[in-house]
Design a protein around this ligand. Structure first.
Ligand SMILES: [Zn+2]
Length: 413
């Protein structure tokens, strides 16, 4: 818990870059004009000068009432305390920056990547969504798809915009549940999943909703990921556009255990699509719900110089569960010395699994071994104070890989 005066919150506005009016339009250049957007294209409209308006309100000195008492922003119970985003960081997407939003869907994952754009180049930022959060149909869970859509519409997209890729990491409801809502709001150009369905009818139905969007656009379907998206594990993929190097670290069309007919939760988690993204000198790891068996395989590949796990940002696997994030794995991801450039981000919520809520103390302890204080951020931040089903939508996390090489993360709203 920390108190922040209004002046400190708004003071950061003065340090802003020259703002882009919003996230750059996600279509137009880059060949997408070829595509037939269908009915939703006609619906597309951008609210007039929304961002410019909000900035002018922030900048007008007369609008800041210095008599307003200090407000309290809640940064967590200490385990996952972290810095708040300034209004500028949230509202403006400057050129030459890779942004990653860990949207607070409660228990689940939904990670929106905005790739960098360059003012003097034709190519624009790409929007890639890794997982869609839960459907909300499971008692005590959040309406993930609705939260994801609302967040993306608030932060620069409009209904009918192209989502350059939707990746569903694996066949669990807390990852695919919101996908139908995503497909009915945006136009999905590419769709990727590992290829293992676990015979889940729910998964099959959201996959077919996403795939029909893709077919209408004439886009690509990367199912199974190994074989359709890339020829083999560790190969490079163009999924994140021209400027971001991306490597498929993992995706399994059958669980590594071989248990196809009656897969356990662990078996399904261990099929997750996982990526390493590199932009500039910095790497981000996106691990889905991979567990320690696959982490061990990645450690072996790292030690054999087939891949590099050393990163600035780790999307912690499996919502901070003790099934993952072993010390041996984390030591490769964040080799010493500890750096204020290194961050771990966790997507989890209040939902209890056999009396355990995530992230576990063990995972937080392991992360604290390799990261500085204030560098472990979680969408579960302070959710222990809330009742089940109300944990979502208040602890979003924004990660910025900046043009000058700095890497920052903060809590947004
Ligand atoms: Zn999950």
């Amino acid at each position: 818990m920390r108190e922040i005066p209004w002046g400190e919150l708004f003071g950061s506005v003065d340090r802003r870059r020259e703002p882009a009016p919003a996230a750059p339009h996600s279509h137009g250049a880059g060949g997408l004009t070829r595509l037939n957007y269908g009915i939703k294209h006609a619906m597309r409209s951008r609210p007039p000068a929304l961002f410019a308006l909000s900035l002018s309100m922030l900048l007008a000195p007369a609008c800041v009432d210095t008599s307003v008492p200090e407000i309290t922003l809640d940064f967590g119970d200490g385990r996952t305390a972290g810095p708040p985003c300034s209004p500028t960081e949230l509202e403006f997407f400057p050129p030459e920056e890779l942004r990653m939003h860990i949207i607070d869907v409660g228990q689940g994952d939904a990670i929106w990547i905005q790739t960098p754009y360059y003012e003097n180049e034709l190519l624009e930022s790409r929007n890639i969504l890794i997982d869609a959060g839960p459907s909300g149909n499971v008692p005590g869970t959040s309406p993930g798809g609705g939260i994801v859509v609302a967040y993306m519409l608030t932060h620069g997209l409009v209904v009918g915009d192209v989502l350059h890729a939707l990746v569903i990491t694996h066949a669990h409801e807390d990852h695919y549940g919101g996908a139908a809502t995503i497909a009915s709001t945006f136009e999905i150009e590419r769709y990727v999943d590992p290829g293992f369905t676990a015979d889940s009818q729910g998964f099959l139905s959201v996959r077919s909703a996403a795939e029909s969007d893709v077919r209408r656009l004439g886009g690509d379907i990367g199912v199974p990921a190994v074989g359709s998206l890339v020829p083999r594990l560790y190969a490079a993929t163009d999924l994140f556009g021209e400027y971001v190097e991306a490597q498929l670290l993992w995706a399994a069309v059958t669980p590594p255990s071989g248990n196809v007919s009656s897969p356990s939760g662990t078996d399904i988690n261990n099929t997750s699509v996982a990526f390493a993204l590199r932009w500039g000198l910095n790497q981000v790891l996106l691990l889905g719900d991979l567990e320690k068996e696959v982490e061990a395989a990645l450690v072996a590949a790292h030690d054999a110089n087939e891949i590099s796990l050393a990163s600035r940002v780790l999307k912690v696997a499996h919502h901070g569960s003790s099934s993952s994030s072993t010390l041996g794995f984390l030591a490769r991801v964040f080799p010493p010395p500890e750096s204020d450039q290194n961050w771990a981000v966790i997507s989890s919520g209040r939902r209890s699994f056999n009396g355990v809520t995530l992230p576990t103390d063990e995972t937080i302890r392991n992360l604290k071994e390799v990261l500085l204080e204030g560098h472990i951020l979680s969408t579960e931040n302070d959710d222990t104070l809330k009742s089940s089903g109300t944990e979502h939508d208040d602890d979003h996390i924004l990660v910025r890989l900046r043009a000058d090489g700095r890497v920052d993360a903060c809590y947004g709203f």
